[in-house]
Ligand binder design. Structure first.
Ligand SMILES: Nc1ncnc2c1ncn2[C@@H]1O[C@H](COP(=O)(O)OP(=O)(O)OP(=O)(O)O)[C@@H](O)[C@H]1O
Ligand SMILES: [Mg+2]
Length: 556
């Protein structure tokens, strides 16, 4: 509960350079009197300006500075919450905003970045709207609860029920969800890119493998054809060798024939020489005796026959030789062919060996593929880790969705509000009855009201007379204060009624409200601003008067 003790202000509106100081917790009821413009309502502006940097009447901050002095405007409000005492000091020319907790100034440059937010959310736990609905009633710039939109009604009730924390949580959650959504879409994009990368890498590796296989296949084809060439050549050599064998020992045959040939030639030559000798000689060169003619003829004939015989044999041998020579040429060329083929086989076998070696080398050449496969593994690792991140984010998103459904207006808050609505309605109707106003007031979950008259006709707030409206406004203020006290949330000792009694309340109404004020307890300090001095004077324990002296408002 906020227990206001003192307010003091100077150079504020019509107040001069001397502090006007009001004890706020001295008397349970205080009547504030004074003529128009005396400075009564100024109290309301001083309090809301000090706490919320916003005057109660609809004017700007510079308009608050006293127009005669034009500077050093200061408002100080003191209050306690629990065991801690607070002082909020605010001013203009020079600009001041201080919060003192138990005598110690809170450093504005320290961790609290938004000083005003700190004051409203961490100290007062009330904002301007809720504060004015609970503490102030009346005056020209005041908007009664019933004239506020359902959204603002909700805000005020949330403050009173101390459930604004859920709205704050919802706001925090919303930021987090937007964050999460952004992160998720980021990771989705990254995942798509990484998947694409992995596909490209896989295809590249496949290409490398296909290339390698194609190379190996090509070498195998060449090996096969080389082997078949070798086998053809081998069978050719086989065949040729067999043919060669069929020639038999042609070399020695040839040699033999040649020696025969030489033999014949030599023998013919000898016979011819002898024949020539007998033709040329009639005597024996040795014994010098004459060679008989018959002998000579006989021997010549013999020799000639021998020569003919030898020549015919030689001719035969020559034709045999000629025919052998031809075969021999064939034999030589066959032999050469076999040598050539064998040479070709040898070189082809060398080529085959080289191909086999090349095939093994190509098959074992995995360097590139291994390197690229390692790269693919790295991409896969990233993919796995990113998928993990995504799953985690998705999980977080699910939790956030659950939290969101709990925190939305129709969630926890509505449950709590639903619990309190019957009590709110009961209290409003109780206070209305105590002011002798018999209607049935009902606020629903959407914070819309239904008011039924005595005859059960449905009325809207606007249908009622000013005095009746004022009773409804008062009943609501009392209700909020009662619930705030129960919840120990937006509870405060201060209640300011500005001309509530003056405008529309009739004599009975005034009496009823006074009775009601007397029942709200000693710990409430009610300040009633009124012109009805004669009617109210003796009903209050304390009276303050304001007047204007030398153009400045002063308290007397
Ligand atoms: N910046 C200012 N400097 C000096 N005087 C100002 C300034 N702004 C407003 N005033 C005057 O200060 C006075 C404000 O008084 P306030 O509203 O508190 O009167 P009140 O006693 O509530 O009167 P009423 O009974 O008519 O409601 C008015 O006379 C107003 O003209
Ligand atoms: Mg006034």
């Amino acid at each position: 509960m906020i227990n206001f003790s003192t307010i003091r202000y100077k150079n504020f509106l019509s107040t001069g350079n001397a502090f006007t100081e009001i004890q706020l917790n001295r008397s349970s009821s205080t009547l504030i009197l004074g003529e128009n413009g005396a400075g009564k309502s100024t109290l309301l502006d001083a309090i809301t300006f000090a706490l919320f940097n916003k005057p109660f009447r609809n004017i700007s901050k510079p308009q608050l500075i006293n127009t005669i002095n034009r500077k050093k405007m200061v408002v100080e409000v003191e209050f306690t919450i629990g065991s801690k005492s607070y002082l909020v000091r605010r001013g203009s020319q020079p600009s001041i905003f201080d919060i003192e907790i138990s005598g110690e100034l809170i450093d504005q440059n320290a961790s609290i970045r938004d000083y005003q937010k700190y004051l409203e959310e961490s100290i007062l736990k009330l904002n301007y709207k809720s504060f004015t609905q609970i503490v102030i009633l009346g005056s020209a710039s005041f908007t009664p609860f019933m004239q506020l939109t359902p959204n603002i009604r909700r805000e005020i009730i949330e403050d009173i029920l101390d459930i604004r924390i859920f709205t704050t949580m919802k706001e925090v959650l919303k930021t987090r969800m937007t964050d999460l959504k952004g992160k998720l879409s980021e990771i989705e994009t990254e995942l798509t890119i990484t998947k694409e990368k992995a596909n490209i890498q896989k295809k590249y590796i496949e290409t490398l493998e296909t290339d390698k296989q194609e190379k190996v296949d090509k070498i195998i084809d060449e090996i096969n054809s080389t082997e078949s060439i070798i086998s053809t050549l081998l069978s050719q050599v086989d065949l040729d060798n067999k043919v060669k064998e069929s020639y038999g020992d042609i070399e020695s045959k040839r040699k033999r024939l040649e020696s025969f040939k030489l033999d014949f030639t030599r023998k013919i030559k000898e016979q011819k020489k002898e024949l020539l000798f007998y033709a040329d000689h009639d005597d024996c060169p040795t014994c010098k005796q004459g060679i008989p003619h018959e002998f000579k003829e006989e021997i010549t004939e013999e020799k000639e026959n021998k020569i003919t015989e030898l020549e015919s044999a030689s001719t035969k041998l020559q034709s045999e030789w000629d025919s052998l020579d031809k075969t021999y040429d064939e034999f030589i060329s066959l032999q050469q062919k076999i040598v050539d083929t064998n040479n070709t086989i040898m070189s082809t076998q060398t080529h085959l060996q080289r191909l086999v070696l090349e095939k093994t080398e190509t098959e074992n050449k995995v360097g590139d593929i291994e390197k690229e496969t390692d790269k693919l593994k790295e991409i896969a690792k990233v993919l796995v880790s990113k998928t993990g991140d995504k799953t985690k984010l998705k999980e977080d998103q699910e939790y956030h969705n659950i939290a969101e459904s709990l925190l939305k207006d129709s969630g926890i808050k509505t449950k709590i509000i639903r619990q309190y609505l019957p009590l709110i309605n009961k209290l409003v109707n109780k206070y209305l009855k105590s002011m002798d106003f018999f209607v049935q007031f009902d606020l629903d979950e959407t914070f819309k009201e239904e008011i039924k008259s005595r005859h059960r006709d449905k009325f809207s707030y606007a249908s009622f007379s000013e005095g009746e409206k004022q009773r409804i406004d008062l009943a609501l203020v009392f209700t909020w204060r009662t619930i705030a006290k129960m919840k120990n949330s937006a509870s405060t000792n201060l209640l300011l009624l500005d001309e509530v009694f003056d405008s529309s309340l009739d004599v009975n109404g005034t009496d009823y409200v006074m009775q009601l004020l007397n029942t709200i307890g000693e710990e409430t300090n009610v300040f009633v601003i009124s012109h009805k001095s004669d009617q109210l004077f003796d009903k209050f324990r304390n009276v303050i008067r304001f007047e204007k002296k030398n153009n400045y408002s002063v308290m007397s």
